[in-house]
Design a protein around this ligand. Sequence first.
Ligand SMILES: *Cc1c(COP(=O)(O)O)cnc(C)c1O
Length: 356
Amino acid sequence: MHKKLFIPGPVDVREDVLQRMATPMIGHRTKEASTLQRSISDKMKQLMFTQSEILLSTSSGSGLMEGAVRSCTRKKAACFSVGAFGKKWYQMAVSNNVPADLFESEAGDPTTPEMVDRALATGDYDLVTVTHNETSTGVMNPVGEIAEVMKKYPEVIFCVDTVSSLAGVKIPVDEWGIDICITSSQKALGLPPGLAVASISQKAVEAAKQVEFRGSYFDLLSLYNTIQKRDYQYPSTPSISHMYALDYQLDLIFKEGLEARFARHLEMAEYVRDWGRQHFELFAREGYRSNTLTTVLNTRGISVADLNKALGERGFMISNGYGDYKEKTFRIAHMADTTMEDIKEVLGHIDDILGL
Ligand SMILES: *Cc1c(COP(=O)(O)O)cnc(C)c1O
């Protein structure tokens, strides 16, 4: 039996979107491939509110995160972390021999504009990484406010992880001055895992030109240069199946309407937060709670594993806490094509199982 997924990726994929993955193959060096990839680029620019070039990567989002910090750090990276995924970006820098410092917030707290200002005022850094929506803690960072601070440091490359929020929350890439904005297919975009997307500004391209060792597969400059030269074709064979599905899903997203889509995510978030507050507590600090997933503090000391097992028997699945937060928290995703009815249904089952 298929379990309906309320985990923060992979998410359930609409049947018609899944079907697009079964489109017969085309050659990746054909005009059709160029047309498909250009079409995705144009639509992603709209979704990201940017004029920047779009890069597609046949990998999960982590690939482009590694590529960004490696390709564009000339001096040193300042990595801001509010949880597991922020810390991973720092570790990617370290394992690539890229000089980096980690700036962590208390669990459940955001990265503040003051923290970023203080770090950048030292003049030590020329690249910043920030997590927009931290999937381990359910914190959504004030990237708009951080963006204001970034404007004081025009030489610094601003990289933002929007893996679990883009397409569920408005991310105005150009207005916020984001140089590299990264997302994955399997979260709020509502596709199977395996494709990553990033916007890349001219400033980031120029920075990459000053970096000698950018790696190979995730060398953002090589990806950028190749699509310019080869009419949107990539250096190696991409997942054409994902591209068919993404191109189609983007049409559905615009058909729903971006404002309506963002409003639907907020409405689901508010419903889950109300439920969480009523029966438990919310993990993320008030004012910084994610619109795409809610991390609930397990104040009742329930067995999350048992709850999920019981839910599984009814055809549903939520997420236990991430890493050290296992059993101490649990996470309910409300993203992509999930609806209010789905949310009411799964919360109803949880109420029933726990006798709430
Ligand atoms: C899922 C996730 C990642 C990792 O993305 P992959 O596509 O699994 O590589 C990074 N950052 C955040 C915030 C995520 O939710």
